[in-house]
Design a protein around this ligand. Structure first.
Ligand SMILES: Nc1nc2c([nH]c(=O)n2[C@H]2C[C@H](O)[C@@H](COP(=O)(O)OP(=O)(O)OP(=O)(O)O)O2)c(=O)[nH]1
Length: 128
């Protein structure tokens, strides 16, 4: 089965972290995730995450660090999820695809109902 490469960003708003909830009509409905999306043909990982964040959230970010990618097999597709730590730079946050968002303390994140592929990323981030 083909593996889909997806970037996502753990975005700091000062001391809070942004989590977003997938809408009912998306794949993995109502699961929480870090905003991001699929890498387009010929696009770099960094260009992808900046583009996806602008498209989905209407904000600019500064990418700080790449964490360890996670390969995860869902029942009907397989993804390689590439996480970045980033900082909010500018723009008014608007949800263009997701149904809700949360600005949470790092230690509150684990309580959300995450997309499965995010769990190893969350663990690595919490232990940083
Ligand atoms: N953006 C993002 N996607 C994630 C995360 N965890 C996770 O399993 N995914 C999955 C959900 C999607 O199937 C895929 C990302 O593609 P996408 O954001 O373009 O999702 P999409 O709903 O447009 O997908 P599709 O319907 O076009 O197939 O990766 C995450 O933390 N962030």
């Amino acid at each position: 089965m083909k593996t889909i490469s997806v970037t996502c960003a753990i975005i700091h708003f000062e001391d809070k972290i942004l989590a977003v909830q997938r809408s009912e009509t998306m794949k993995l409905p109502l699961k929480w995730e870090f905003a991001g999306g699929k890498i387009e043909l010929g696009e770099s990982e960094i260009d992808c995450i900046r583009r996806e964040i602008l498209e989905e959230l209407n904000i600019l970010i500064e990418v700080k660090e790449r964490l360890t990618p996670v390969t995860h097999q869902y029942s009907d597709f397989k993804i390689k999820l590439i996480p970045f730590i980033a900082e909010y730079l500018s723009g008014e946050l608007k949800l263009r695809e997701h149904c809700s968002f949360l600005l949470a303390d790092k230690d509150e994140l684990i309580n959300l109902d995450w997309a499965e592929a995010d769990l190893p990323i969350l663990k690595e981030f919490i232990e940083l």
